[in-house]
Design a protein around this ligand. Structure first.
Ligand SMILES: C[S@@+](CC[C@H](N)C(=O)[O-])C[C@H]1O[C@@H](n2cnc3c(N)ncnc32)[C@H](O)[C@@H]1O
Length: 269
């Protein structure tokens, strides 16, 4: 499965949904309690996971603008509109090139999930500047933060984690990616624009019964690690074999660290 395939997004969505930080979601919902209608832009929406997670918590009528560069994912997102009070439009564009077009028109909230770790610092600065210039609240869920906990412990876990985190920093079409630093940098940036921040952990908890999710995550990490300095392809492959044996024996579990952030402007312009 590729990182943005429909299959992968469908597999991860229940883990994302359970992981989303409840305090952060509640803060987003509370800040729109007085609104009759909300216009929301979801950046890198994939198949619409954030719309499905957030829309039932918002009392207002909602107009979602779903933005992605993958038309097939956008078609799935449009087909899965969750509620009567939710309208959605799909916009196909490259967020690296055309961020300004994605943010065109009236907007009450910008959302994203599992995107900030893919983007560069320069792009995130550009996004924060555009959003802050219009005092728009910003909800960013599920940014990977570099923490990987594996049970049982394997001697190569530390090297694999380091290699995965190095791979996270490679270019994902936005320039050198922020990887595990993304949430911390987003927090600092929005604070510098006089935003108040609500943040919290949104870790994936993948239990010994979740064999398919474990297999996909472990295979993805072994592939990412294999090309990275410090580990040979044979090391990564042997690690994956030992890990798969543990999954088959139902003694394996994984926790993957993520952070959710809600940034609200402290003053209106
Ligand atoms: C990890 S997926 C997250 C999808 C969705 N937000 C979720 O949480 O399930 C990243 C998404 O960003 C989109 N994406 C990646 N690079 C992009 C770009 N340059 N412009 C627009 N979308 C992009 C991918 O197509 C994919 O849907």
């Amino acid at each position: 499965m590729s990182s943005f395939s429909d299959d992968w997004l469908a597999l991860r969505e229940p883990y994302d949904a359970r992981a989303r930080n409840a305090k952060v979601l509640a803060a987003v919902a509370a800040s729109f309690e007085q609104h009759d209608t909300i216009q929301i832009v979801d950046l890198g929406c994939g198949t619409g996971s954030t719309m499905r997670a957030l829309s039932p918590l918002l009392a207002a009528r909602q107009k979602w603008r779903l933005v992605d560069n993958d038309t097939e994912l956008l078609a799935k997102a449009m087909a899965a509109r969750p509620l009567e009070c939710v309208a959605a439009t799909a916009v196909t564009l490259d967020l690296n090139r055309d961020l300004e077009a994605a943010l065109d028109g009236p907007i009450n909230l910008v959302t994203t999930s599992a995107l900030l770790d893919l983007v560069s610092e320069k792009w995130l600065e550009r996004l924060a500047m555009k959003v802050a210039a219009r005092s728009i609240p910003f909800y960013a869920a599920l940014s990977y933060d570099g923490r990987i906990e594996l049970t049982p412990v394997d001697p190569f876990d530390t090297a694999i984690t380091a290699a995965v985190n190095a791979h996270q920093r490679t270019d994902k079409s936005f320039g050198p990616a922020l990887g595990s630093a993304a949430a911390a940098i987003a927090i600092t940036l929005f604070q510098s624009h006089s935003y108040a921040l609500v943040q919290g952990a949104s870790d994936w908890v993948i239990s010994s019964d979740d064999c398919k999710m474990q297999s996909e995550v472990l295979a993805g990490w072994a592939k990412a690690a294999a090309g990275t300095s410090g580990l040979t392809a044979a090391d990564a492959s042997a690690w994956l074999t030992r890990r798969r044996d543990a999954v088959d024996a139902k003694i394996s579990s994984i926790r993957v660290g993520h952070i959710d952030v809600f940034a609200v402007p402290m003053r209106t312009r």
